[in-house]
Every structure is written in structure tokens, then in C-alpha cells.
Design a protein around this ligand. Structure first.
Ligand code: 5AD
Ligand code: SF4
Length: 470
């Protein structure tokens, strides 16, 4: 048997890329590839890229510069290093990548990861392989299910893609172009993946998709199921302690989802619901198809059924034409909702999107100043939210050993990290913790009751920023 070939994947951007990287590992395992953390010993390096903002895109080219040196070093030692660019930059820029960076051997868009083994062979035979078409077949039917080794690497919490792509076409966003039209996976396939994960020790499942609550996969009854029904189905599976989903669009919150929050204790009361702006004028220019009032009403629907629910969001400051009055409306919305946390970004024009044609750019200095004001407000809300946990008892799902010897780290329903001194036996269990203090973003506490449900499991955190989208 030949020695295994080494594969190094570097992922940028959202949770979907983290998930896709694991799918690529599973796809390449039968070809004899095993993962390595060390780029210099890799036979194949895959950069799994993000195109959402200019800064994210440009990172790829600086990384490719560094990889040229690594590839030359490998060649000097008589070893061939193959370099592949995957993800949304691959999809958006295609052939342009090899023009700018001839070091690249393979360019593969997110819809074609199941073709990776063939593309590697093509590159070997022809010197280069590029595939960025949206293939006619559904890749989900060809990608292997999660394999035990890659599941073990995830630890207690894992992502499962339930839908991909977006039909919303917000005017600033590349996702509908890079990830394509919205496609949902059948319920049975999703449930199979969840079963495999749970059988291998995973206890928390986050359903991911660029527009996850647009999910309409085929159910076992042949009918189209909404996300709430899927969540209800998965919550009934034994071993699933916690369920989450990301990223949602306010216009796709339906009764099934609200009812799921009302009825399912496993469904965590923490929802990432991007609004982008609090100004109706800017929301219209963004083609969001909702107003600030509509968004508030959606939030109220969740709050009515789950008083302990908390929200996070995404904001863009400095969208073309945004005035000080528009920005003040965003601050007012944030003040009204009260977030547990949020991501905020400066508008970045993306080639090919309608907003990139606007000429009324907000000056950089104004964007910087607005971003700082918004982030200050969000930071203070986050601090208030975290501080309010002190002195209370909260349920924590324990995930892994902490860096500090003897400490175990887990997360609350709101994804706040919690550190306690305890035996590693508690990893994989949900236990009540009395919260004593807050250190930066982390809660410190002690177990409120002796561990009774124990499911030993070790692993590490593979969490990434929220999935791009919605
Ligand atoms: N500029 C800045 N931020 C953007 N986002 C998406 N496109 C852009 C852009 N062109 C943000 C949105 C989205 C998050 C994933 O990234 O807030 O919700
Ligand atoms: Fe779709 Fe979200 Fe992008 Fe809008 S911001 S186009 S909803 S992925």
C-alpha cells in the first residue's frame, strides 16, 4: 500500500466553508489523503476562500504568494505540492485566479467538490484543472456522508448543511452569484447525517444554510417541509441535546419556526437574524423587501413564545447613499431590540452586484466613524447581556478541556463560553452551572449539581463566524 498523501485545508469566512472543508476531507479520504496541520509537508493544499467583502477576497492572493515559496521548497526536495483554490473566490473569479497566481493547479467552485478527485487527476495530466460551472446534478447526491474520523475532529458540536444558495438578491451581496439558487436537501438525508454525528458523540447540531429558513426540503411523506418541521423531526432523535440554525432571513420566519421555538426544549433560544440597517430607505435600496417595523414584528413573534430568547444580527454601515439620519435609524433599531451580540461591517462594493454601480459612496472617514459608534453600542449591549448571567444558574453543554489545566469549557444556550473546574467526564453533557463572574467574553462558574448524565467525549471547537448570508 502506498504512503498516505497529506492534505492541508485552510478555510476562510463562514460556517458553510468549515462544513465544506470537512466534506472535501471525506471526499478525498478514499483517494488516500489524510489531513495535516503542517502546510510544508502537504501534497495538496486547498484554500477554501470567501468573497463576501474585498478584504476577505484579497487574503487569498497574499496566501497564494506564501504558498509559492512552499511549493518551490517542496520541489527542491523532490516533492510535488498541488495547490487548489476552492470556495466563493474560486466561483467568482475562476480563470482570473490562475492569471494572477500561476502557482494554482486547481480551481473548484462550491458546487463541484464531489468532482475533486477527477479534477486532481486532470491537473496531473494536463497541468491545470478549472471547474466553476453550476453542474446539472445535485452535488449533495454525490458527496459522501460525514466519516467517523472527520466527525471525531469536530467534538461535541457539528454543522449540517440543510440548504445552500439564496434567491433573495440583496443588492450588496455576492452569495446568489457564488452559491447559486436556493436548493434544499431531503429530510431523510439530513436525518441520516445527524444520526451518524450523534452515533459518533456529537450532541449539538447547527443546521446551516445561506438562507436556512427558506428551507423547503422533501419530507418522508413526499411533501415540502419547512424548517420548523425539520427541527421538530430532529429534536425527536435520541442523543440530540441541542439544535440551532443559521443564517435566517426575517421574511422567511414562518409559523412552523415560531411553533418550534415554543415547543422544542432542544431548540436553543438564540437566533441570528440579520437586519443590515434600521433605515427603511436603505433597506429598500438594499432590496431587503422588509422595513424596520416588519423586522421588529418578527422579533416580537419569537419573544411572545420564548421570553428568554436572545438575538444577534449583521449590520452594514456606509451603504451607498446612507445619510446620518439613516444611520441614526440603525442605532435606534439596535437600542430598541437589545442584542446579545452582533457583527457589523463597512460596506464593501462587490463586482457584479447592483449596489457596486452606485456612485454615491459614503466617505471612508464617515464609514469608520459610524462603524465605531455602532460597535460601541453593540459592545455595551453584549456586556450587559453577559453581565446579567452573573449570579444565575444556566445550562451548559460541555465541549472540551480548556487551556487552563483542570478546567472544562462549554457553552450556554446563547453560545457564551463557560469555564468550570471539573472532571473531563462531563464533556458531552448538559449540566447546570452557577455563574460567578465574567472575564472578557467568558463566564466562570461552578457545577450547580453533581454530574449525573455522563457521556465521555473529547474533541475541539471548530466554530467559525456565522454562516454567510441572509
Ligand atoms: N459589504 C459589507 N458587508 C457585507 N455583507 C454581505 N455583503 C457585504 C458587502 N458587500 C455582510 C452582511 C451579511 C454578512 C454575512 O456579511 O451583513 O449578513
Ligand atoms: Fe441572500 Fe443574505 Fe446575501 Fe441577502 S444578504 S442575498 S438574503 S445571502
Amino acid at each position: 500500500m502506498s504512503a498516505p498523501r497529506k492534505l492541508h485545508i485552510k478555510s476562510y469566512g463562514c460556517q458553510m466553508n468549515v462544513y465544506d472543508a470537512q466534506r472535501m476531507v471525506d471526499t478525498l479520504a478514499p483517494e488516500g489523503f489524510v489531513e495535516t496541520d503542517n502546510v510544508s509537508e502537504a501534497d495538496l493544499v486547498i484554500l477554501n476562500t470567501c468573497h463576501i467583502r474585498e478584504k476577505a477576497s484579497e487574503k487569498v492572493y497574499s496566501e497564494l504568494g506564501r504558498l509559492r515559496t512552499a511549493k518551490d521548497d517542496a520541489a527542491r526536495n523532490g516533492r510535488q505540492m498541488t495547490i487548489a483554490v476552492a470556495g466563493c473566490v474560486a466561483q467568482a473569479e475562476g480563470r482570473e485566479i490562475v492569471r494572477r497566481a500561476p502557482v494554482v493547479d486547481v480551481v473548484v467552485g462550491p458546487q463541484s467538490y464531489h468532482h475533486l478527485p477527477q479534477l486532481l487527476r486532470d491537473a496531473k495530466n494536463n497541468g491545470r484543472a478549472i471547474e466553476t460551472e453550476f453542474p446539472a446534478e445535485d452535488k449533495f447526491n454525490f458527496l459522501p456522508p460525514p466519516q467517523p474520523q472527520s466527525i471525531k475532529a469536530r467534538g461535541i458540536s457539528a454543522f449540517v448543511t440543510v440548504q445552500e444558495g439564496c434567491d433573495k438578491f440583496c443588492t450588496f451581496c455576492v452569495v446568489p452569484y457564488t452559491r447559486g439558487a436556493e436548493v434544499s436537501r431531503p429530510v431523510a438525508r439530513i436525518a441520516d447525517d445527524v444520526q451518524r454525528l450523534v452515533d459518533n458523540g456529537v450532541r449539538e447540531i447547527t443546521l446551516i444554510g445561506q438562507n436556512v429558513n427558506a428551507f423547503h426540503g422533501e419530507g418522508p411523506d413526499g411533501k415540502s417541509w419547512p424548517l420548523g418541521r425539520l427541527l421538530t423531526h430532529l429534536a425527536a432523535m435520541s442523543g440530540v441535546l441541542r439544535l440551532r440554525y443559521s443564517t435566517s432571513h426575517p421574511n422567511d420566519v414562518d409559523d412552523s419556526l415560531i411553533e418550534a421555538h415554543r415547543d422544542l426544549p432542544a431548540l436553543m433560544p438564540f437566533v441570528h437574524l440579520p437586519v443590515q440597517s434600521g433605515s427603511d430607505r436603505i433597506l429598500a435600496a438594499m432590496n431587503r423587501k422588509h422595513t424596520a417595523g416588519d423586522y421588529n414584528r418578527v422579533i416580537d413573534c419569537f419573544r411572545k413564545v420564548r421570553q428568554d430568547i436572545a438575538f444577534s444580527s449583521d449590520f452594514i454601515v456606509g451603504f451607498p447613499g446612507e445619510t446620518e439620519a439613516d444611520f441614526t435609524a440603525t442605532l435606534a433599531l439596535v437600542a430598541q431590540i437589545g442584542y446579545a451580540g452582533a457583527y457589523s461591517f463597512k460596506y464593501s462594493p462587490r463586482p457584479g452586484t447592483p449596489a457596486a454601480d452606485h456612485t454615491e459612496m459614503v466617505p471612508t472617514a464617515a464609514m469608520d466613524e459610524r462603524l465605531a459608534r455602532l460597535q460601541n453600542l453593540i459592545d455595551s449591549q453584549q456586556l450587559d447581556f453577559n453581565t446579567s448571567a452573573i449570579g444565575t444558574t444556566v445550562d451548559v453543554l460541555f465541549e472540551r478541556d480548556a487551556r487552563h489545566p483542570g478546567q472544562i469549557v462549554g457553552r450556554t444556550a446563547y453560545l457564551q463560553p463557560v469555564h468550570v473546574f471539573a472532571s473531563p467526564d462531563i464533556i458531552g453533557s448538559v449540566l447546570p452551572v452557577h455563574v460567578e463572574s465574567l472575564e472578557r467574553y467568558s463566564l466562570l462558574g461552578s457545577l450547580a449539581a453533581p454530574a449525573s448524565i455522563v457521556s465521555p467525549r473529547a474533541g475541539f471547537d471548530t466554530r467559525a463566524p456565522v454562516v454567510t448570508g441572509a
